[in-house]
Design a protein around this ligand. Structure first.
Ligand code: NAD
Ligand code: 4TP
Length: 331
């Protein structure tokens, strides 16, 4: 790629019956310095543009570099739907299509065809209904590239990483063992340095139990696992706070003490971010051998087909991907 060429960002549309295709159209109409390549069905995008009432010129991706992208143009790598979409009603017969778009994006990033991938939301249950074990993009990309990864969601005001992702609550405690917690902290620490430019990142860990276990009176995971791992990594120089009680870790007086929070499970911290910054939070997969960002919301089936879904989180995800691409080139 010559130095004046725009970064080639792969975009996946996610669930064809969700808001993803419409959001890709909105993103294409946003003046960002990126060469967007939508990996999805061309007809799906045409219909989404019509529903949004937006004029978008769809061009086949020939792999060539461009130095400017007129607003409202979008390159497409066509991956055919198996059945036409019905907005608001996911059809498991399109599950293989959705996964094919993710594979193309991941392989293209690994081979250098794309500088990064930005994903729109998919309907996990529809893929499961097709009989395919699947729990999320994060786990899919990790397995596809044989990497240990961590899910982080970040707004301009708050970064939250997760020690466990899409697990039933009753499986969480057993999943938090010393080796995996240590691996997670190393990935988060390294990413805060390399991706966010923090030389000495401060990470606050949440306890698993109410009041971080209340000195062992309300659960033992803190004493048995979390604190020993923190002690080990502190001896290496990592700045770790906690384990903090999750209910007070996000109050303003605490926030100034850390750069990121490591939550023990999905719903322990994501409601904080999503309730205060749903329109500007980005999901980033740390630890992958390529850059992947995403929206913080789901398929919004209640809005699909109306053209009313807010594209802000997808636009923030594209901006974040561009920042990370630029940072990776300068390091
Ligand atoms: N990145 C992803 O692929 C991703 C992320 C989160 C959830 N999901 C999946 O999405 C599906 C639906 O999840 P859910 O119902 O819990 O959450 P959701 O985010 O789809 O919807 C929650 C509420 O937020 C609203 N909303 C969501 N996105 C919006 C937008 N862009 N503009 C305006 N309003 C918006 C919806 O209308 C709804 O009222 C599930 O299958 C879930 O697994 C996927
Ligand atoms: N945990 C994410 C959220 O709540 O926003 C979401 O399910 C997306 O996960 P993947 O990026 O792994 O699909």
């Amino acid at each position: 790629m010559n130095s004046l060429a725009l970064p080639r960002l792969a975009l996946t549309a996610g669930e064809p019956a969700g808001v993803g295709p419409e959001l890709l159209i909105r993103l294409a109409a946003t003046p960002l310095a990126a060469n967007f390549i939508a990996i999805t069905d061309r007809g799906l995008l045409e219909r989404a543009a019509e529903r949004c009432g937006v004029d978008v010129r769809l061009l086949d991706d020939d792999g060539a570099d461009i130095q400017q992208r007129p607003s409202g143009t979008l390159r497409v790598r066509h991956v055919a739907l198996d059945v036409p979409e019905l907005p608001g009603q996911p059809d498991p017969r399109n599950a293989h299509h959705v996964l094919a778009t993710l594979r193309e994006a991941a392989d293209g990033c690994l081979s250098g065809r794309y500088a990064a991938v930005v994903t729109a939301p998919l309907q996990k249950s529809s893929i499961n209904d097709a009989g395919i074990p699947f729990s999320g993009h994060t786990e899919f990309f990790a397995e596809h590239s044989h990497a240990d990864v961590v899910m982080m969601l970040a707004s301009p005001e708050l970064r939250v990483a997760l020690a466990t992702t899409h697990l039933p609550l009753r499986a969480v405690s057993a999943a938090i063992d010393a080796p995996s917690l240590e691996r997670t902290l190393r990935i988060v620490h390294q990413a805060l340095r390399s991706k966010f430019g923090l030389a000495q990142p401060r990470i606050a860990l949440l306890g698993l139990n109410p009041h971080a276990g209340e000195s062992g009176h309300i659960g033992h995971e803190e004493i048995d696992t979390i604190i020993p791992v923190m002690d080990t990594l502190r001896r290496e120089g990592m700045q770790l706070l906690g384990p903090m009680p999750a209910d007070t870790a996000f109050v303003p007086a605490q926030r100034e003490h850390y750069d990121a929070v490591l939550a023990m499970y999905h719903d322990q911290a994501l409601p904080v971010l999503k309730s205060e910054a749903f329109d500007r939070t980005v999901n980033i997969t740390l630890g992958l051998p390529f850059i992947r960002t995403s929206v913080d919301h789901g398929t919004a089936l209640d809005l699909a087909g109306t053209g009313k879904a807010d594209p802000s989180s997808l636009i923030a995800a594209a901006r974040m991907a561009l920042d990370l691409v630029a940072r990776s080139k300068s390091s």
